[in-house]
Design a protein around this ligand. Structure first.
Ligand code: SF4
Length: 71
């Protein structure tokens, strides 16, 4: 399982951080930390299955529908 985040859609409100803090975080500037070194799309490494419920909740919670869970 991995996540794909559309950083062009994301507006850094951080709902995903509350749902899945092991995966999502905001940096010191209040921006989604995945923005560092990423282009418009962030693709994660393979995530442990134990995180699936949390990342699916994050995808549901994202008001911009910027998060996709693949696999
Ligand atoms: S919930 Fe969605 S819009 Fe908000 S920071 Fe997370 S990915 Fe971005």
């Amino acid at each position: 399982m991995r996540i794909v985040v559309d950083l062009a859609l994301c507006q850094d409100h951080g709902q995903c951080v509350f749902s899945a803090p092991q995966v999502f975080s905001l940096d010191e500037n209040g921006k989604l930390s995945f923005r560092d070194g990423a282009t418009d799309t962030y693709i994660s490494a393979d995530l442990d299955e134990s995180l699936r419920d949390d990342v699916e909740e994050a995808a549901d919670a994202c008001p911009l529908q910027a998060i996709e869970v693949e696999g």
